[in-house]
Every structure is written in C-alpha cells, then in structure tokens.
Design a protein around this ligand. Sequence first.
Ligand SMILES: [Zn+2]
Length: 465
Amino acid sequence: MTDQKTTLGFYGAASMVTGSNFLLTILGEGNPGHGVKIMIDCGLFQGGSVFDEKNHAAFPYDPASVDVLIVTHAHLDHVGRIPKLIREGFHGTIYSTPPTRDMARLILTDSMGVLRREAEAKGTKPLYNEADVEKAMSHWQAKPYRQSFELPGGVSATLHDAGHILGSSMVELTRGGKTIVFSGDLGNSPAPLLHNTEALTQPDYLVMESLYGDHEHEDRDTRKHILEDVIESTVLRGGALIIPAFSIERTQEVLFEINDLVEHKKIPEVPVFLDSPLAIKVTEIYKAEENDQYFNKTAMAAIASGDDIFKFPRLHFTLSRQESDAIAETPDPKIIMAGSGMSNGGRVVKHLKRHLADPKSTMLIVGYQAAGTMGRMIQDGAKEVTIEGEVIPVRAQITTIHGYSAHKDGAELLTFIEPAIDSLKKVFLVHGEPKGLLFFAQRARDYLGLDAAVPQEGEVFTIDF
Ligand SMILES: [Zn+2]
C-alpha cells in the first residue's frame, strides 16, 4: 500500500466563482499509469472574454484518463464544459440525480445558441455542438439521494440533498473508512420549495462553496411582503411589473409565491406572463410528478391539496415568439417574467424597452446583477439606458429584493460545518471571490479551529483518502 497516494486537484472555481472542476486521483489503483480519476463537476467559466479563453483552453489533464464524472447540480458553471470534456476524449460514466440530468440537457442545449453567436462574432469554433450534448446524455446515469453506488478504486459514492436548486446534491465519497464531501452549491434553507440542506456526517475532508462567506442575507420573511407590495402598488398605478427571470429555481420560487398570493386573494388578479422558453421548460421539469419528492412539506402539502403550485388563473406560458410579441397587446396592469435575469439579453429586453420610460411601471430585480450588465446599470440608478440603439429614459420604479439568494450566507456556512469539526482534517474553500474566501477561511480558523485552505487554480493537494 506504500505506493498509494491520493491527490485532489482544483481546476475551476478555485479562488473564483465559476468553472467548478475538481479531480480526485487515487494512485496505485486502476490503470497503473494514471490511477483512478474521479471528477466532480465540469462547469463553464462565466464573466467575459478572459473567461471565454479559459473555456476554450485545453484541460490541464487528459479527459480520456478520467474514469467517472459526478455532477452536483445543473447550473451552467457546474455542467457547461461537459460536452467539451466528451469531445476531447472522456468516455466514462456521468452520475447525478434525475432532475440534474434532465435540467442539464435543457441548459446545455439552450446555451448552444449563445456559444454559437459568440463564436461567429469572434470567428472561432463553438465550444461544443448538439452531437456532443447528446453523447454526454448517453453517458449519464441518474442516482437518487442517499443511495450509495460503487465507483472504481474501491470508492463508494452517495448524493445528499444540498437544498440549492431542484435535484442539487452534495457528493460524499468514502474509501477505506475515509470520507470526503464536495458540497456543490449550498441552499439558503429554509427555501420556499426545497428540503433543507442535509446535515454533514463526519467527513475527513470537505470541499465547500463559500460564495457569501463574507456576507449576511436580509431577513427572508420580508421578501414575500415586498413582492406583495410591489405587485399591489404597480397594479394600483395601472403599470406593468417586469421581473427579469433567472430560469432555474428563482423563477419557480417567485411563481410559487405569486400563486400563493393569488390563491389567498392578497393581490388583485392580473395577467401574469412567463416569457422565457428555458424557464418554461425548466418549470415543466419542476411540475413532473416523479419530482414531487424533491419538494419540502409546505410545497408537498400544496401539491397534495390538488393545487398545481405553478399554475393559477391568468398565468400564461408564452413559449413561441408570436405569443411573446402578443404580450404587448394585453393592456396594463400585468406582470411579465422574462429572461435573462441580468437583462443583458433575452426577451426581457424588449419589455424593458417598452416600459422603462413609464413611471407607472416597475422593474423588480430578484437576483445578483453582475457589473457591466444592463440590470446592474439600472439597479445602480442609471437615468437612461440604450436599448437596440434607442435611448430610453428610466422613469419606472426600480425595486430589488435581495432575499431570494439560493446560497447560504456566512453565518449559515459556519452552522453547516460545525457538526463536523471533530472529524475534519481540512476544509477547502471554493466558489467565491478571493476576498470573501480568505475572509471566511479566517472565520473558520478563528471560530471553529479548522484547517481551512483557499486553493489556487491548478493547485493539487495530497490527502489521506
Ligand atoms: Zn448553483
């Protein structure tokens, strides 16, 4: 056993937020040349041209040598480079929960259009094509939560509920009595729809996201009241309420809360449009009967009472371009949820063009707005914006609800680790801005006495596993 050595490499979301990609290598097992390689997530780097180059760069390992890929959840920064991995030689099995597999197919297919347009503009080749996505899906095996399965190298794997988006999981790997957990993204529990994040067992190592390690969220009870107030006041003024929509989880949470407000007659009945093909398709996955088990007690009770929790009178799913264009003919007041979530593209742009100059209307921001996006400019108080070459004055009311974050904040992250402090040999903090990661690492050392590391991209650690 002396030649046995296990290493853990950090190839994405290391000292940055996106591009999740970790590789566990067990030498002395499997192929004598390279050992057994288990990969966790293979996500897209997001956030501008520097990151585009990283997406197109060669992987720092041979994709053909990777035995298994386990996927924590279907966000693009966790799945977006899987078709590229396949194209470059990976031929192992991909594991995830069933909703993650189903949503990954939608997300990967949907992002192909954007990748193609980017590639055309730059005169390069798109990162992957439809055939690569289909090939990836043919390698995919779905596994339910809490049911362990065997991997090469004497490793057994179990997926646990992370409470972040539908089907999101933490990956627990055990071998010879040692355990390592990859947190994926950790949900802001309790969430309106999902179960709470499962408690940690007693891992020896933990690779944990810490996006909001240096931040505390607003009180989440207030957000539904703000939503109610914003809808009421906009309807009273006779304007349109535009909500730039994030396709997974946020859209379904907001729909669920509007459904509840409508059914309890807390808001006036007005037409509500979900005007995003991706969000509509993702919502169909949320509605599928076999996915009922992923919802928490409150949502389950609503479903069991016969309520379709994503359906209420006057809710319209506008899938086709014609249906989308026809929304303009429906008189105000009305509510329009449309992608993209940061207003830097998608159908929401035309709705903003039509309504931003109208003081009766409201733009409601429900998620993080990255610097440089139109959403961020408006949120920061821009007096006018240029849309499709036209200067539009911003006279609509602009409101932000922060409480919809799908990630744990600093205090919740500490609470999450606490039960495992006795067993943990080391915690690796990933998926955050460097400043926040270093801040949280210091907190984990000071408050919990943990050995906390913030890996750099490409850094490889030897671990006792
Ligand atoms: Zn995520």
